[in-house]
Design a protein. Structure first.
Length: 426
């Protein structure tokens, strides 16, 4: 088989995949609709930041002429015998699956595919979509038959931002395939391209289901921690102490509570089950619990200082979690909506975003060096970025309450400044 691979989608996971494939001897075409991304990669520059080792891999692949980026997916696919699809699938405002980007990518793949090509989907998908939506679409457009004229597999991405390169080699690769030949080809590819352990499952659907199940597990257990934290608040108990004590028993693994759950995975993928019939159970309840944590946090503040009308509220962290420049389903978006309903004045700070970027999120950008910090009444920590570790709150001379949404700040130091400190279950 040819050692030429096309990676469709050069985002925060697609680019590391492409770079690692290139490092391990494959010639890689990276296809992406964003022409700025294509230009940067073709200049040897990674557009994905804060990913250890990626800058070096992209630069080396460029020097060795092992990685080429293009906006012409059809042409890239026509040059390859292996196609990896890692295009985002999200949900819309009604929590319905949004297929726009991946449907477009699959149309291009179907137009460029040649006989004998192996197509592997890594994008997290509702169970059955690899075979019934995308395999059939490739068949209809190309005239080729899956399983004989082209091969089909599913192997979900399972990596974590800020350590993707490390996770690609350390995490086992789950692989499900259409038939034995598809499984054989995809297994051989991943052994050579990643060198990680493989878990071969019995079907495409099993592999698809396994990735969503991972996310549901985490969502449900975070919801349990958040529910227990609210009850601990009611009883005057420190939930963090409870977790340390309870988890000393090896069968207990209580997660940590927080102000909410964000990102491309946990708040989104449970709906791939819910929308396909898994309703009125723990999966749906967990979504409801975790999405109400922002409202719960604001109610704690109101209990302390009363109405938030005309109060100046600073949110620390627009990103959905620490040290990642990504806003998808960030709890800050929920906080802003609730605060606006309360007629509060919302200020935003996030060292990973420019003021112009922050201004797009219905809040006023505020530098921590601005004299307006002295006018802030309430601070909410949403994402505990590294730069916040050394943040001195003594400049917030008018601040009445700090709500530590990640239980990461020093309560004693804040209290010494005469500021009320609240955590989640703390």
């Amino acid at each position: 088989m040819s050692t030429t691979v096309t990676v469709v989608g050069l985002g925060k996971i697609g680019l590391p995949l492409a770079a690692v494939f290139a490092k391990n001897g494959f010639h890689v075409y990276g296809a992406d609709i964003n022409k700025d991304v294509v230009h940067m990669i073709n200049s040897g520059i990674s557009h994905v930041k804060n990913e250890p080792g990626l800058d070096e891999l992209v630069r080396e692949a460029y020097i060795q002429k092992k990685l080429e980026a293009t906006s012409d997916t059809v042409k890239a696919v026509s040059k390859s015998n292996i196609v990896i699809v890692i295009v985002p699938v999200l949900i819309d405002n009604k929590n319905e699956v949004d297929y726009r980007f991946i449907d477009s990518a699959v149309r291009d793949i179907a137009q460029g595919i040649k006989k004998g090509t192996l197509v592997i989907f890594e994008t997290t998908l509702p169970t059955g979509d690899t075979r019934n939506r995308f395999g059939k679409k490739i068949e209809e457009t190309s005239g080729l038959k899956m399983g004989t004229d082209f091969y089909l597999a599913y192997s979900p991405e399972r990596v974590y931002s800020n350590r993707i390169i490390q996770d690609l080699s350390n995490y086992p690769k789950v692989i499900g395939a259409l038939n034995e030949k598809s499984l054989e080809l995809s297994s051989d590819f991943y052994q050579k391209s990643l060198g990680c352990n493989l878990i071969k499952v019995s079907s495409l659907e099993t592999a698809e289901f396994s990735k969503v199940a991972e996310c549901v597990y985490r969502d449900v257990n975070i919801a349990l921690a958040n529910e227990l934290a609210q009850f601990a608040d009611l009883k005057g108990v420190n939930m963090l102490e409870v977790i340390e004590a309870s988890n000393s028993q090896p069968f207990s693994n209580i997660h940590y509570p927080g102000i909410g759950v964000g990102g491309h995975c946990i708040p989104i993928y449970p709906y791939f089950f819910i929308n396909r019939g898994l309703k009125n159970g723990l999966t749906q309840l967990a979504r409801e619990v975790n999405d109400t944590m922002a409202s719960y946090a604001i109610k704690k503040i109101e209990t302390s200082i009363g109405s938030l009308q005309n109060q100046n509220v600073l949110i620390l962290g627009l990103a959905f979690r620490e040290n990642v420049k990504e806003t998808t389903k960030s709890s800050t978006l929920l906080l802003i909506n609730h605060l606006k309903e309360k007629q509060a004045n919302v200020f935003l700070n996030d060292p990973l975003f420019t003021d112009n970027e922050l201004a797009n999120y219905n809040g006023l950008p505020l530098s921590l060096n601005d004299t307006l910090t002295s006018k802030i009444d309430v601070i909410i920590l949403q994402a505990f970025h590294k730069s916040y570790e050394s943040l001195n709150f003594n400049k917030f001379i008018n601040c009445k309450v700090i709500l530590d949404g990640r239980n990461s700040l020093n309560k004693e130091e804040i209290s010494k400044l005469g500021i009320q400190y609240y955590g989640i279950g703390k």
